[in-house]
Design a protein around this ligand. Structure first.
Ligand code: CDP
Ligand code: MG
Length: 762
């Protein structure tokens, strides 16, 4: 086992993939691993016969199976044109009956809170209604989504409903991907993208309506948008009254001034939760428009005892439902925490259903998660063929962002991946965490949309009532704020402690963000944006990455640095490692690490080699590199190149000398330095903590004395991912305000002459 980090593990840098994962979740410890699962699938017959009690009780009653399930082919002549069918479908949505009332309310009020069950048609219909009513004559209609996949898939759906090409009248904009054009009237986008649009257009002049959708998700960007749009709207409402200046303390300086008065801008806040009063109160008692939902009763079942392995329990439950229930009666939705879990579940389900023979109807497995390739995303919305059943394996995205028709059974293991942040150490981590009661109820509700449903909670009723929080803590209270602080500062909002947050972030986290931005040189001692900060804010990246790019000007290697930044921003794995060719894949990967150059330089080498082959797909295959990830990095790189031009940094290349490149990386990531201790462990220099080099790193066997890392990930241990060797004196040279000689001296070695540190500070 990798966790024990014995010598054997070092032989296999990918040991983690096969290793057991262990998540500390509340009091319980869950253990599961692929080896274990495979074993179980061989013993499947046994597991299967050993029915889970609650399933037996609720599902097994009186169900008879036919030997063959008739699958009649569709009568093609009965098929309407797809477009007509879509128009009819639109009219069956709950929101349709309230179309005129809704338009009237939007007309009468500048700010409107809209509440309706998931699937009632808010996201797809409201922008279309507004378009039909003529709002797009005055400007675009923008609709924000917390998730990329939702923005893309909803835009695709709406373009179909309107019979236009995606990217023309209806488009979407997500980070590094703009699928809009001059023609675009309805623009779906991530909340983060609208936030960035504020930077270029603080009065949102191009918009007639902004709909902040999925408001209940309370993502960081949504919360910041609330503050910004409220400011513009309430200024407008208070125009001409003296009270307007009472807010001056909150919004001062540069861009957020009188030019932002937009009495004509309509603001819609839409949410799936019924407690919309909080939104209404925040927006100066804006009226609430409730779309009466139709919800069928949902039977909720709990396990009798806690499940040790929720992944396995979920799969067994799904199979139980599948074999005991008539196939035509409804599909299954299972909530997992992320891509890896979904892929594992998919594999096991495939394996196990293969053994079920022909007597059991087909089970169509549909995964959906953020990084799923676009062409595969559409699959979850395809109607289930007669005689088959669909099982959707989803992340939280299916909780409220996406509605999949035909779901009757929901399986809820009760966990999600959640970001948490420790303002003291500045460490951010993504952990598997129990969901809130509100989430559990949203999940259950997914089963009762088109008929009575059933929800199987893989935890006990006691867990639900006693252990789960009522609501999820808003992201703003559990995340690193450096990025939004930089954005707000660029918008001229200086007094962050008095910014009108719906729920304020912890003061400690705000201070930490200010400290980091100061250390990076983005803010001066008075907390004002510097020229460096202004340039950094142009990049849609974390401040440390932005700083690395801005610093590349000084080290004359911007060409290389943006390639590295692009490769670090891809978000999916660069390497391809098929089970049957692991040795070849590892050899190919290690080729890029020749000379122990470090992971950043290895990424650069991969990008450059691919570019030399004229972006060859064949080259990717030969080198076990994911083509899709490389194409994405190329797109990102192109955009970064454009942004370099905007901040007037010349594209300069210096590929023969690695030192300036490493120094530019250090200029952005100096707060992430670590020094080796005994037994291959490291100690971070600031906020000391024991960490390890990730086994997939090219330096995992090399163990340099000093390293700089891109990020920390917590799996079985706290790992540094993407690591490069560092000369400690660089820290003092590059960040003299942050490090002193004593920080970088080896404790055992002779002391440097006093004053050496101080001298370099000047
Ligand atoms: O926003 P809300 O949850 O109120 O509903 P919506 O997302 O507008 O969904 C309305 C209908 O459109 C549902 O029946 C969805 O199944 C359907 N839809 C779809 O078929 N494909 C999409 N990509 C999005 C929605
Ligand atoms: Mg929606």
């Amino acid at each position: 086992r990798y966790r024990d980090s014995g010598a054997g593990d070092k032989m296999n840098p990918f040991a983690e993939q096969e290793a057991w994962e262990e998540h500390q979740i509340g009091k319980a410890t869950l253990k599961y691993g692929s080896k274990d699962r495979k074993q179980k699938s061989d013993d499947f017959q046994f597991v299967f016969e050993d029915q889970i009690d609650f399933i037996k009780a609720s599902v097994m009653d009186g169900v008879n199976f036919e030997d063959e399930v008739p699958s009649e082919s569709l009568d093609k002549s009965m098929e309407k044109s797809a477009f007509e069918k879509l128009q009819e479908d639109r009219k069956t949505l709950p929101i349709y009956a309230y179309r005129d009332e809704l338009l009237q309310a939007v007309d009468n009020h500048q700010v409107l809170v809209i509440v309706g069950e998931t699937g009632s048609g808010k996201t797809t219909q409201i922008p279309q209604y507004l378009h039909e009513a003529g709002y797009t004559k005055r400007g675009k209609i923008g609709c924000t989504q917390p998730r990329r996949v939702a923005a893309m898939s909803v835009a695709a759906r709406v373009s179909q409903e309107m019979g236009v090409k995606l990217g023309h009248e209806v488009g979407y904009s997500i980070r590094f991907e703009d699928c809009t054009s001059e023609k675009t009237l309805l623009k779906y986008m991530t909340d983060g993208m609208l936030l960035r649009e504020f930077l270029g257009e603080p009065d949102l002049a191009g918009y007639s309506v902004v709909m902040v959708d999925e408001a209940h998700e309370r993502t960081l960007s949504t919360d910041i948008l609330f503050g910004l749009v409220k400011a513009s709207a309430s200024f407008a409402m208070e125009m001409g009254r003296t009270t307007i200046w009472a807010r001056e303390g909150q919004i001062r300086g540069g861009k957020l001034d009188i030019a932002r008065f937009r009495p004509d801008l309509k603001l819609l806040i839409s949410s799936a939760t019924l407690d919309a009063e909080k939104f209404s109160d925040y927006f100066d008692s804006a009226p609430i428009f409730k779309i009466p939902g139709r919800r069928f009763p949902v039977e909720v079942h709990y396990t009798k005892a806690p499940e040790a392995d929720y992944l396995d329990a979920a799969i067994v439950t799904a199979l139980q439902i599948h074999v005991t229930q008539q196939p035509g009666d409804g599909d299954i939705l299972i909530f997992f925490t992320g891509q890896e879990e979904i892929e594992t579940a998919e594999e096991i389900l495939k394996h196990r259903t293969r053994g079920l023979g022909t007597k059991i109807p087909e089970l169509i497995i549909c995964p959906i998660y953020a990084n799923l390739p676009t062409e595969l995303q559409a699959k979850i919305f395809e109607p289930t063929p007669e005689g088959a059943r669909k099982v959707v394996l989803a992340t939280n995205i299916a909780e409220t962002s996406l509605t999949i028709d035909g779901i009757k059974y929901v399986i809820d293991p009760g966990f999600c991946k959640m970001k948490s942040y420790n303002p003291r150490t500045g460490m951010e981590s993504l952990l598997v965490t129990p969901i809130s009661k509100a989430s559990a109820n949203q999940r259950a509700g997914r089963s009762g949309r088109t008929g009575p449903g059933k929800c199987f909670r893989l935890y006990t009723a006691y867990n639900y009532y006693s252990d789960l929080d009522d609501n999820t803590v808003p992201e703003i209270q559990r995340t690193n704020l450096a990025n939004v602080v930089l954005t707000l500062k660029s918008l001229g909002i200086h007094d962050l402690l008095n910014f009108d947050f719906m729920d304020p972030p912890p003061a400690e986290a705000l201070l930490k963000a200010l400290e980091l931005l100061f250390a990076l040189g983005a803010l001066n001692k008075l907390g004002e944006l510097t020229k460096v900060g202004r340039r950094m804010a142009e990049f849609p990246l974390d401040p440390m990455l932005s700083k690395m790019i801005v610093a590349s000007e000084k080290y004359e290697c911007s060409d290389e640095i943006i390639s590295i930044a692009a490769m670090l921003s891809v978000g999916s794995s660069i390497f391809y490692r098929p089970k049957d060719k692991q040795v070849h894949a590892d050899t190919a990967r290690m080729n890029f690490h020749t000379g122990n150059v470090g992971d950043h330089i290895a990424l650069l080498k991969i990008y450059s080699s691919w570019k030399e082959t004229n972006y060859s797909t064949q080259w990717c295959y030969e080198n076990y590199i994911q083509v899709r990830s490389m194409k994405r990095s190329r797109d990102i790189r192109d955009q970064l190149e454009g942004l370099l031009e905007r901040v007037e940094i010349e594209l300069m290349s210096n590929s023969n000398d690695l030192e300036p490149i490493k120094k530019a990386i250090t200029a952005g990531f100096f707060p992430h330095s670590a020094r080796m201790q005994k037994n291959g462990s490291y100690r971070t220099v600031k906020h000391p903590q024991t960490v390890y080099i990730h086994p997939t790193s090219g330096l995992a066997q090399v163990l340099p004395r000093w390293v700089i890392y891109h990020e920390l990930v917590l799996t079985t241990k706290e790992y540094m991912r993407q690591v490069t060797e560092l000369k400690p004196e660089w820290l003092v040279e590059i960040a003299p305000h942050y490090y002193q000689m004593k920080d970088v001296e080896d404790p055992g070695s002779k002391k440097m002459p006093r004053g050496a540190g101080r001298a370099s500070q000047d």
